[in-house]
Design a protein. Structure first.
Length: 306
């Protein structure tokens, strides 16, 4: 398995959704269509089976089928990074090995679900997964969602593992980017992981953006990143300020439902989710719909209409 080059951990990587049929079985054809459209719209990589992919709502065989679809649809055009989000370390190890066998280019590894680990337990979990695969690994830090922070103390103990190469930073405190660079230099590639601080993350040293709302507005997301890389901060800020009301949705507890509803409004996917999640209803649904339609009516780039 060829390791991803450092340059591949850059750009806009949507945390892609998993599409469901009306009976809530996995719709692989629609999932593939969604992924293909994202690649055609210029994203730089795909995150399969992350939070927006409803990883923890899928059975093991379904996860493997979704990842296989992502690899086949990408066909080498962009890297495919698979989420590894399991209840136990043993299950995480098995899925990491499955992902490697299925052709994933890298892994986004989360702490074990539900259980809140000690530092030693957290390090042991990531170490076990890293030693079980040759794939490059991105550690996912999201203390708000997962109740544990992957701190500098943990990363110091993981830095000797050569295939742990990146950190997806989803803490809302952007000081984390500077603290990590001061502590580790360029040892880890940093990826901005929370949509409504994405530009701040890029400005502070992140090399890419793993995004939820990109699934609904990929052209604008890529344009924002391209403007930043080109040094056109006026353009980057114009897009970011237009995008911000929607980007805030990524920080809410119902982000998956909001993002999938946004996809549906934009003609890119279905809002169907698996329980315990339920589609948005009532005032919240009306609020999100209004936000998406207002954004679509004032799009700074792109010609596709809602």
């Amino acid at each position: 398995m060829k390791l991803m080059q450092r340059a591949a951990w850059r750009g806009v990587h949507p945390a892609a959704t998993t599409q469901f049929a009306p009976d809530l079985t996995v719709d692989l054809a629609e999932t593939g269509r969604v992924l293909d459209n994202l690649v055609n719209d210029g994203v730089h990589g795909l995150i399969s089976l992350g939070t927006c992919g409803e990883n923890n709502s899928l059975e093991p065989d379904e996860k493997r089928a979704v990842l296989k679809t992502a690899v086949e649809v990408s066909a080498g055009r962009v890297p495919v990074i698979s989420g590894v989000s399991e209840m136990t370390t043993a299950r995480a190890v098995r899925f990491a090995q499955d992902a490697e066998a299925l052709g994933a280019d890298g892994l986004m590894v989360l702490p074990a679900m539900v259980y809140v680990p000690t530092l030693d337990e957290l390090v042991a979990h990531f170490t076990a997964v890293a030693k079980a695969t040759r794939l490059p690994i991105m550690i996912y830090n999201n203390p708000t969602a997962y109740r544990v922070s992957v701190g500098i103390d943990a990363l110091e103990r993981l830095a000797d593992l050569p295939n742990i190469v990146a950190v997806k930073e989803s803490a809302p405190d952007t000081r984390r980017f500077t603290d990590l660079i001061n502590a580790f230099g360029d040892r880890f590639v940093l990826m901005a992981g929370l949509d409504d601080v994405a530009l701040e993350g890029l400005m502070l040293g992140a090399e890419g953006w793993i995004s939820g709302l990109t699934s609904a507005f990929p052209q604008e997301s890529v344009a924002l990143y391209d403007a930043f890389i080109a040094g056109d901060m006026a353009r980057a800020l114009e897009i970011y300020r237009w995008f911000m009301p929607l980007l805030h949705l990524d920080a809410e507890h119902d982000l998956v439902q909001s993002i999938k509803l946004s996809e549906q409004i934009m003609g890119r996917g279905s809002e169907r989710v698996r329980p315990p999640r339920l589609p948005l209803t009532g005032a919240r649904r009306a609020e999100v719909e209004a936000m998406v339609r207002a954004a679509a009516a004032a799009r700074p780039v792109g010609a596709r209409s809602a």
